[in-house]
Every structure is written in structure tokens, then in C-alpha cells.
Design a protein around this ligand. Structure first.
Ligand code: MSP
Length: 517
């Protein structure tokens, strides 16, 4: 019998609306997913990381019209010039990029809804009520701010009245409540879970799933005078991208998702509507929906609509992509809101990346060059540092696996600080003056070089460029193999072998005038 292939660890980001260009709020979630992906790969797991674009709906249609383009030309243009390039800008290693206008998506979405229609899960009715085009969401009148404004966008909502098809969402309230109770890990963090529980306990209304006043959407298979509501088309991207209905081998290898990363504004879609759709189709449910907070500007959600969006390139051109990736995950507790400021970015860059990590790497590589001709000597490593390393690996693994990026990076940087402290206290520059202490100097050099070997692996998920430079300067590959092949589980047991050729390293995080500002 052929071996059953291992199920992949499946990570997704929301698919992004192409009405506008990306800002760092979008990059934040995509980076978090990328770090999770790279970390799990280094644990030796198969990982599938999906991102993409959400191209239907009124919002995109309006943006295209404002630019005098057809919606398809507009989405092609935005994907090619903005949404795909931003992935390279922040160094994303995704496995696939799904676009909701691709036939692989539209055809499978039609099959899915036809199935639910045939099962009696869908009926025809009339929707009358408020709709926020910016959210692409039907709202309850009780949710609106004074003056009938959307609570998220602060903009007027539209009053719509249409004959639509409805999905029997209200039938699923009890099953969803059982799901949340039996699987507390399904919605995270706890604040998000409580919000979802309160919402569903208040009772669910059936959901309008079609629109008939415009045609930029997937035609309803049993009634082409309607298009599917953009959200119930978009949510299915997670399943269509991995072969729902037509490619069972791929689907069974990857489905269900292990982590859906979503912003807190789109939590209900993912934690209420989406599992109800999957239950209706008898498909396995995702393991976790994890809601992250917002990047705020002046206390409000950063947004292009409000002209407060910062393009990622504005930050990477000053600090580089590694620093952007590091900063947001270190600065903000994942799951809560946070703010960006140039001052705090520059402060972390200087104090943590340049002065702690970068400096340790420069010190070590130049000392091995100066004192040992660039060849790592033979010595046992310091037992206290070895013990700390083992603890750090456990803390980082636990943190990354629980999406506590801040905790994982905090533990790693505490270790880097401790190793810097060890170098300062052992004073290798004094040891080098005394031939009788050559063995002690060898111990300091080997301990520090090996600690940096581990740091390159521990930080590879967050700072792939710096980690690769360090791995190469340490000359680690000939003895230990490529950086990507290093296993987290082996990290505390492997050592950088004696005889390794260490090269002097250009600063990993150079100080530039702008970064020092
Ligand atoms: N297209 C839908 C998602 C469909 S998923 C099946 C959508 N798109 S979006 O482009 O408006 O937003 C995508 C993600 O970006 C959301 O998770 C949203 O929370 C996130 N962000 C948008 N602005 C943000 C911040 N200022 N801060 C953090 N995340 C933010 O919703």
C-alpha cells in the first residue's frame, strides 16, 4: 500500500479587496502567516500557505468605474502592479495565490452553492435593510452609529431592498454553539471567542446570499439573473484553491485549514457564516480562526479609505523587509490593536536589531577572524549558555505555535542579550593577550558561534534575509546543511563543528541616517 501522505499544516490569510493598494495593515496579517508557515516548515511539517485577492462585489466594481476601466481589467491591473509585488516586498513564501475571478474558483463556487440549493439549504425571499459597501456587509439597524453610519467606516450605509436568495443560517445556531463549546480553540484569542459567542447566543438570521442589482460576481447557477454575494463567494477560496470537488488527492492532503488568520472586522464571517456553510456541505471544519487586531493611526483603523494607509515599501526602503517583519510581531501582542510610529520602529531597529543581534554577529565573526584565522577551534561550549539555549528553543516553539509572536521573539532576544552579556563578561579580547588562556578563548568563541548558529535558525522565520547572511558568514552549510533544512527539534543538540570557516560579516542591520532619525 502506498504510504498516506502527511496532511499539510494549512495556513490562510484573508483574500484582499483589490479596490485599492495594500498598506501595512494588510502586510501585517500576511507576514504573520508567513512566519507561521516558515516556522512549521522548520519543524519538519508539510505546510501549505495560501493568500490571494477578492475581486468581486460592489466595492471593486465602483473602484473600476472610477478609474474608467472594466472590473476585470482593473483587478488584473491591481493584482499585477500592487498585490503580487507587495508579497515580494515583504518576503512572503506563499504556496499559492488565489484570485476569485479564476475559473478554478468560480466553477467550484457554483458547484458548492448548487449542492446547497439542491439540499434545500437555500430559499427565495426579500432583503430590505442597510448595507455597507465598504464592508460589503448587510448590517443590523441596531449596529449602526448615530446618523445611520457604518461603525467601522464611519460612512453612510445604503438602504437596499432586493429579491434575493437566502441561506438558512439560523438553523445552524445550536450546532455553532456546540462547536464553540467543544472546541474552545476554534476562535482565538479569548476576546474574539467571547464576541462570537455573544453574537450567536443572540440568535442568527438567515443570510442573503445573492445580489441582483449589478452583475460583477459569480452567476447563481440556478438563476443567472443573480450573482452570488461577494462574501459567500470569497470564503470558499480556502477550499477552491486546494481542489474542492475536483481534485480529491490535493484536497484530502491539505483540508481542513489549521489556521485562518483574519482581521477582527471579518471575524463573524469566518467564525459564524463559514463554519455554517461547511456544516451544510458536510465538509470538515477549520481548526482555528485567529483574529488579529488593527494597526491604528490616531486611534483609528489605518485605512486607504481614510487616507491613513502606509505602503509597506515606505518602511522597507528605510529599514528593510526583515525589520518590518520583526517590528510588528515584536511590538504588538497578536490579537490586539497596535500603533505604528517611525520613532518606535527606529528605536527597536537600533536597540534590538543593530545593537543586540547585529552587533553580536559582527563581534563574533571578526574575533574568529582576528584570533583564529577564521577557523572555528575545538572546544566544549559553555554549559550555562547551552542550558539557556534549550529553554529558549522551547519557549520560541511554544510561542510561535500558539501565535504568541511577541513571546517567541521576546525569549529569543533575551537569549541574544544573555550571549552578548557572556561575551562582555568573559572579555575574549583580554583572553587573546594571554597564551595560557587559549583554551578559555576557544570556549568563548565556540559558545558564541554556536549560539549564533541557533539564532539564525530561531530567527529564520521572521528575518529570512539576515538569517541567511548569518548562516553563510558562520560557514555553517558545509557542516550542517542548508539553513532551511535545520530542524527546530534538533536545535539544542546540534553544534557548529570545529574547523568551520567563519567569514567576517557586513553589519546585518546597518545604521543609516534615516534609520537613526
Ligand atoms: N475581502 C475581504 C476578506 C475576505 S476573506 C475570505 C476583506 N478584504 S480587506 O482587503 O478589506 O481586508 C483584508 C484584511 O486586512 C482584513 O483581515 C482586515 O482586518 C485587514 N486590515 C485592513 N486594515 C487593517 C488595519 N489597519 N490593521 C490590521 N489589519 C487590517 O475584508
Amino acid at each position: 500500500m502506498p504510504a498516506t501522505p502527511e496532511k499539510a499544516f494549512y495556513v490562510t490569510t484573508p483574500i484582499y479587496y483589490v479596490n485599492d493598494a495594500p498598506h501595512i495593515g494588510h502586510a501585517y496579517t500576511t507576514v504573520a502567516g508567513d512566519v507561521l508557515t516558515r516556522w512549521h516548515r522548520q519543524r519538519g511539517e508539510q505546510v501549505f500557505y495560501l493568500t490571494g485577492t477578492d475581486e468581486h462585489g460592489e466595492k471593486v466594481l465602483t473602484a473600476a468605474a472610477e478609474h474608467g476601466m472594466t472590473p476585470q481589467d482593473w483587478t488584473d491591473y491591481m493584482v499585477q502592479t500592487a498585490w503580487q509585488p507587495v508579497l515580494r516586498e515583504v518576503d512572503i513564501a506563499n504556496d499559492d495565490f488565489i484570485r476569485t475571478t479564476q475559473p478554478r474558483h468560480t466553477e467550484r463556487v457554483q458547484q458548492f452553492w448548487q449542492l446547497l440549493y439542491d439540499r434545500g439549504e437555500v430559499y427565495k425571499g426579500n432583503y430590505t435593510g442597510p448595507y455597507c459597501v465598504s464592508c460589503e456587509e448587510f448590517k443590523l439597524p441596531s449596529e449602526l452609529l448615530e446618523g445611520g453610519l457604518c461603525p467601522i467606516h464611519g460612512r453612510p450605509v445604503k438602504e437596499i431592498s432586493e429579491d434575493n436568495y437566502f441561506f438558512r443560517l439560523s438553523d445552524y445556531a445550536d450546532r455553532l454553539l456546540t462547536l464553540y463549546r467543544e472546541h474552545p480553540e476554534f476562535v482565538q484569542p479569548a476576546s474574539a471567542r467571547n464576541e462570537v459567542l455573544r453574537f450567536v447566543e443572540g440568535g442568527l438570521q438567515d443570510l442573503s446570499i445573492t445580489r441582483s442589482t449589478f452583475d460583477w460576481g459569480i452567476p447563481v447557477p440556478w438563476d443567472p439573473s443573480h450573482v452570488l454575494y461577494v462574501w459567500i463567494d470569497a470564503l470558499l477560496n480556502y477550499a477552491t484553491a486546494v481542489g474542492l470537488g475536483t481534485d480529491p488527492d490535493t484536497f484530502n492532503r491539505i483540508w481542513p485549514p489549521d489556521v485562518h488568520l483574519v482581521g477582527k472586522d471579518i471575524l463573524r464571517f469566518h467564525a459564524v457564516i463559514w463554519p455554517a456553510m461547511l456544516l451544510a456541505a458536510d465538509l470538515a471544519l477549520p481548526r482555528t480562526v485567529f483574529a488579529n487586531g488593527w494597526l491604528l493611526v490616531g486611534g483609528e483603523k489605518m485605512s486607504k479609505t481614510k487616507l491613513t494607509g502606509i505602503p509597506p515599501a515606505q518602511i522597507t526602503s528605510v529599514f528593510g523587509s526583515d525589520a518590518l517583519r520583526y517590528y510588528f510581531l515584536r511590538e504588538i501582542t497578536y490579537g490586539t490593536d497596535g500603533s505604528f510610529s517611525w520613532e518606535s520602529m527606529a528605536a527597536r531597529y537600533r536597540a534590538e536589531l543593530a545593537d543586540q543581534f547585529g552587533n553580536l554577529a559582527s563581534r563574533l565573526t571578526s574575533m574568529v577572524g582576528r584570533y583564529r584565522g577564521g577557523v572555528l577551534p575545538t572546544a566544549t561550549t559553555d554549559p550555562e549558555i547551552a542550558r539557556m539555549l534549550a529553554e529558549t528553543v522551547d519557549a520560541a516553539d511554544d510561542g510561535f505555535c500558539r501565535l504568541d509572536f511577541q513571546g517567541a521573539l521576546g525569549a529569543t532576544f533575551a537569549f541574544i542579550r544573555a550571549v552578548n552579556g557572556y561575551v562582555t563578561t568573559t572579555e575574549p579580547w583580554q583572553l587573546a593577550k594571554d597564551d595560557a588562556r587559549a583554551a578559555d578563548l576557544d570556549t568563548v568563541l565556540c559558545t558564541t558561534a554556536d549560539a549564533l548558529r541557533a539564532c539564525a535558525v530561531l530567527l529564520n522565520a521572521v528575518m529570512p534575509k539576515a538569517a541567511a547572511s548569518l548562516w553563510s558568514a558562520l560557514g555553517a552549510e558545509p557542516g550542517l546543511g542548508p539553513l532551511a533544512a535545520q530542524r527546530i527539534q534538533d536545535l539544542a543538540h546540534v553544534r557548529l563543528p570545529a574547523g568551520t570557516q567563519v567569514r567576517k560579516l557586513a553589519p546585518l542591520f546597518p545604521r543609516t541616517e534615516e534609520s537613526a532619525a
